[in-house]
Design a protein around this ligand. Structure first.
Ligand code: MOS
Length: 763
C-alpha cells in the first residue's frame, strides 16, 4: 500500500481547500472508454432500488426504539426580539412531558458565532429556537409548547439586504455586513478595459430566496448507550455531524456514532449538525430515553437553510468584433441571521475570457432564516445574471449569442492561471445547439405570430466538482468470492451505493450482485468527507478503484506463490487465474484464500492527490425551448437539452436521474419558487408546500441529456467529475434567455412569474 502524506487542493462547495493528508501513490492506467466496460457507464438500476420502492428501506424517521420519546421545538414568532422571560411551569405539569430546555437551564453552547448560543436570548428570525420539549408523543410535545409562556421585547427588524445595509437594525453586534467587508476580486485594469471597449453596457438582475425542500425533512433519532451517543441523522456528512456534536457536547468523537443509511435529499441543507440534533442529545441525556426529533415542513421552510437572494449589477465592455474587454460585478445578498457561504460572482470571474475583471459583493445579515449552500451555491444566481447579460451584449453588437460565447472562450482558469484538465464546452455548444435546433429560434425576439409565443435560449455552466483526498475505502474479499465494501461516505439519494458496487465489480470482475456496500456509519466505515460540492463520486470512486486494484494484486501474488510460477505467467479473468501459455484454468479466489490460510482478504484504498498543475472543472450548456402564453403570462418549458462535459459517466441511469432532478429544480427557481417575507411583520408568508410553489409532474419538460465526455485522464484514476450541481446551474439562465427570445422583452428578476410577464408586455 503505497501511501504518502501530500499536499493537494480541491474545491468543496464554494471553498478552496488545501488538503494535506495520506494519499495513494498508486498510479493506474486510465480505464477504457465506457462501451468497452461491463458495468461502468451502463444503465444499472440502484442496488438499493428494491428497498426503496418496496418501502423496506429504513430512513432516519423510520427508526423506532423501545421507550422512544418525541421532541418538538418552540420557535420565535418574531423576526427580531429579546426574550425577557420564559415560564414553562404549566407545560411541565402536563402528564407525559419529560423535560423542557431553553436559555435558562440549557448549557451555554456556542453556536456558529461568538454572539450566539444554542439558546440565545436574542432571537434573530421567525423560526429561531426558543425552547425544546420532550414528551411521550409528538402531539403532547406540541401541546406543551403551547403552554410555555414567553415574554418578548420585540425589536425592529430588517429582512432584506437593502434595509439591513442601512445599519439601523443591529442583527449582530459586529454590524450587518458579514465579515465586516465585501468579498472582492480584481484582475487586470478595469478602467483600461472599459476604455478599450467599443460598447459599454450596464444592467441589474435579481434572484429570489429559494428553499431546499428535500423530500425528507430534517430528522434525528438519538440514544445514549451509557456514555456513548448513537445518532441516526438525516445528513450529508456523517463525520461532520460527529465532529460538531463532539464539540458542542464536549465529549470525544469516539463516543459518538452517527448513522445514516438512506436519505431523501439534502441539497446542501444537511451538511452540518442541526441545533435540533444537539437539543435532542441534551434531552435524551437528561431523561435517559431515546429521543426522536423530526422537523415539520414549516420548520423546514423557516429554519434550516435557503438559497440567499441576490441583487447583481453587471457592467461589461466589448469590442465590435465581440471581444470582451471588461466585466464588473457588484452584488448584495440577504443571507439570514446565521449564514454559511454567500456570493455569486464566481462564474463571472472565469466562465468567459476577459482580461479585466472587478468584483465587489456583500453578504448581508438579515432577520431571516439561515442562508446555506444550496445546490451550486452562487453559481445558479450568478449564471442567470451573467448569461442573461451575455445575451444582451451579443444582441447589442449584433452577434449570435453562441458565437459571442465562442469568441470569448478560455482554455485556462483565469483566476489561478492553470489550464483545465479538460474543457469540452465547445462540443457541448455544438451538440446542444443541434439537438434544440438553434437555427429555429426567432431572429427577431418576440416576432412569433399568435398569442402563444415560442423561443429558444441557452446558458453555460462551470463547476468545480473534481473532488480530492482524503477519502478511504476498505474492501473485504470473502472466500466465496463475495465482497464487502466499507466506504467513508454517505448516499444523499443520488446513487452512491450503486456506483461503489459498479467500480468494484468492474475492476475485480466480480458480479455486481456479489458486492455488498456499507456507508454512512462513523463506527464502521473509514473516513471520508461530507457529500457536497458534487465531490462524492470523484473523491470515493478512485479510492474504491485503489482498494480493488490492490486486491487484484494480492490475488496475483497469492496465486503465483501457490502455483509456484511468476506473476507474468498467469492471467486473471472473472475470479480465476489461467495459464498464459495454454489458457488452462489454474486456480480461483476460493482456493487462493484457503491456501493463504485466510478467510477474508482485506485492502484499504485511498483517494490519490490531485494534480495541482491543472484545474479540474466540469462544463456544460443547457438549451431551453419555451412557450409563453402572452394573454395570461404563463411560461411552459417545452424542452431542455443538457449537454455537459462531466468526465466519465459511472452510471447512465443515476446520471439521468440527477440531471432530471437538477433541471426541474432549476425550472422551479426560474419560474415559480420564491420565499415571500412580509416586510412589515418580518414573517414568512409561504412556509409550506402549498404557497411555496414547486414544480410538479405537470411542469416536466422533455429533457435530453447529452454527455460529451469520456474519462478525464488528469482528474483522477477513474476520470470522473461530479454531476449533482452542474445539472442545475445553467437551467434558469437558459429559460430566461428563451423567454426573451419568445416575447422580446427581458425580465431581469427571477422567478419569471405570470404577473411580471404581463407587466413587462403591457406596461
Ligand atoms: Mo452542496 S450545496 O450539498 O453540494
Amino acid at each position: 500500500m503505497a501511501r504518502k502524506i501530500k499536499k493537494s487542493r480541491f474545491f468543496f462547495e464554494e471553498n478552496f481547500i488545501e488538503t494535506i493528508g495520506e494519499v495513494s501513490q498508486n498510479k493506474y492506467k486510465p480505464l477504457k472508454n465506457n462501451e468497452k466496460l461491463k458495468y461502468l457507464g451502463k444503465k444499472i438500476s440502484r442496488i438499493d432500488g428494491y428497498d426503496k420502492a418496496s418501502g423496506t428501506a429504513v430512513f432516519t424517521f423510520d427508526i423506532d426504539l423501545p421507550g422512544i420519546t418525541y421532541a418538538k421545538t418552540l420557535r420565535s414568532p418574531y423576526a427580531n426580539a429579546k426574550i425577557k422571560n420564559i415560564d414553562d411551569s404549566k407545560a411541565r405539569k402536563l402528564k407525559g412531558v419529560y423535560e423542557i430546555i431553553h436559555y435558562k437551564n440549557a448549557p451555554k453552547i456556542k453556536w456558529y458565532y461568538g454572539s450566539s448560543f444554542l439558546f440565545d436570548q436574542h432571537v434573530r428570525y421567525e423560526g429561531d429556537e426558543v425552547a425544546c420539549v420532550v414528551a411521550d408523543s409528538e402531539e403532547l410535545a406540541e401541546k406543551a409548547i403551547g403552554l410555555i409562556s414567553v415574554e418578548y421585547e420585540i425589536l425592529p427588524h430588517a429582512t432584506r439586504a437593502e434595509e439591513a445595509m442601512r445599519n439601523k437594525v443591529k442583527i449582530h453586534k459586529s454590524g450587518n455586513i458579514v465579515r465586516g467587508k465585501p468579498g472582492t476580486y480584481e484582475r487586470g485594469d478595469i478602467n483600461k478595459g472599459f476604455e478599450e471597449a467599443d460598447l459599454v453596457f450596464e444592467d441589474e438582475f435579481s434572484t429570489e430566496v429559494a428553499i431546499h425542500n428535500p423530500t425528507e425533512v430534517h430528522c434525528s433519532v438519538v440514544n445514549w448507550e451509557g456514555d456513548k451517543l448513537i445518532v441516526w441523522d438525516s445528513t450529508q456528512a456523517v463525520f461532520g455531524v460527529r465532529n460538531s456534536l463532539a464539540q458542542s457536547l464536549g465529549i470525544p468523537e469516539s463516543n459518538i456514532r452517527v448513522i445514516k443509511k438512506y436519505m431523501g435529499g439534502g441539497f446542501g441543507s444537511k451538511l452540518e449538525a442541526g441545533k435540533y440534533t444537539v437539543m435532542a442529545a441534551l434531552l435524551a441525556q437528561k431523561i435517559g430515553k431515546p429521543v426522536k426529533i423530526a422537523l415539520d415542513r414549516r420548520e423546514n421552510n423557516l429554519a434550516v437553510g435557503n438559497r440567499p437572494d441576490s441583487v447583481q449589477k453587471l457592467k461589461g465592455g466589448v469590442k465590435s468584433d465581440g471581444t470582451l474587454t471588461a466585466l464588473s460585478h457588484y452584488s448584495y445578498s440577504s443571507v439570514g441571521a446565521y449564514p454559511a457561504g454567500g456570493g455569486c460572482s464566481w462564474p463571472l470571474r472565469t466562465m468567459y475570457k476577459c482580461p479585466n475583471v472587478k468584483v465587489e459583493e456583500y453578504s448581508v445579515y438579515t432577520n431571516t432564516g439561515r442562508g446555506r449552500p444550496f445546490r451550486a451555491p452562487g453559481h445558479v444566481q450568478g449564471i442567470f445574471a451573467l448569461d442573461s447579460f451575455m445575451d444582451e451584449l451579443a444582441e447589442k453588437i449584433g452577434m449570435d449569442p453562441l458565437e459571442f460565447r465562442l469568441k470569448n472562450y478560455t482554455k485556462i482558469d483565469q483566476v489561478s492561471g492553470r489550464p483545465y484538465s479538460t474543457k469540452l464546452l465547445k462540443e457541448c455548444y455544438k451538440k446542444g445547439a443541434k439537438k434544440i435546433d438553434w437555427n429555429k429560434r426567432n431572429k427577431i425576439p418576440g416576432s412569433g405570430k399568435g398569442y402563444l409565443k415560442r423561443g429558444i435560449g441557452m446558458a453555460s455552466q462551470i463547476w468545480w466538482g473534481g473532488g480530492g483526498p482524503p477519502a478511504y475505502v476498505t474492501l473485504k474479499l470473502n472466500q466465496d468470492g463475495s465482497v464487502n465494501i466499507l466506504a467513508g461516505t454517505q448516499d444523499l439519494g443520488t446513487g452512491t451505493y450503486t456506483f461503489i458496487a459498479q467500480v468494484a465489480a468492474e475492476i475485480l470482475e466480480i458480479p455486481i450482485e456479489n458486492i455488498d456496500v456499507t456507508i454512512g456509519d462513523t463506527d464502521v466505515v473509514p473516513y471520508g468527507p461530507g457529500s457536497g460540492g458534487s465531490t462524492t463520486a470523484p473523491s470515493i470512486a478512485p479510492a474504491v478503484r485503489d482498494a480493488a486494484e490492490q486486491m487484484k494484486k494480492k490475488l496475483f501474488s497469492g496465486a503465483a506463490a501457490i502455483l509456484n510460477v511468476e506473476q507474468n505467467e498467469i492471467n486473471y479473468n472473472s475470479g480465476k487465474f489461467y495459464s498464459k501459455k495454454d489458457k488452462k484454468e489454474l486456480i480461483g479466489i476460493n482456493k487462493i484464500i484457503r491456501k493463504m490460510h485466510e478467510r477474508v482478504l482485506v485492502t484499504t484504498g485511498a483517494r490519490e492527490a490531485n494534480n495541482d498543475n491543472y484545474m479540474v472543472q466540469s462544463f456544460g450548456a443547457q438549451f431551453a425551448e419555451v412557450e409563453v402564453d402572452t394573454l395570461i403570462g404563463n411560461v411552459k418549458v417545452l424542452k431542455i437539452v443538457a449537454a455537459h462535459d462531466i468526465g466519465r459517466t459511472l452510471n447512465r441511469q443515476t446520471l439521468e436521474n440527477q440531471f432530471h432532478g437538477g433541471i426541474l429544480q432549476g425550472l422551479g427557481f426560474a419560474l415559480m419558487e420564491e420565499q415571500i417575507v412580509d416586510e412589515y411583520t418580518g414573517k414568512i408568508l409561504n412556509a409550506n408546500m402549498h404557497d411555496y410553489k414547486m414544480p410538479t409532474i405537470y411542469d416536466v419538460p422533455e429533457i435530453e441529456v447529452v454527455i460529451v465526455s469520456e474519462g478525464d485522464k488528469i482528474a483522477n484514476n477513474m476520470g470522473v467529475k461530479g454531476i449533482g450541481e452542474p445539472a442545475i446551474i445553467p437551467t434558469a439562465g437558459a429559460i430566461a434567455n428563451a423567454v426573451y427570445n419568445a416575447i422580446g422583452v427581458r425580465i431581469k428578476s427571477l422567478p419569471l412569474t405570470p404577473d411580471k410577464i404581463i407587466d413587462s408586455l403591457y406596461s
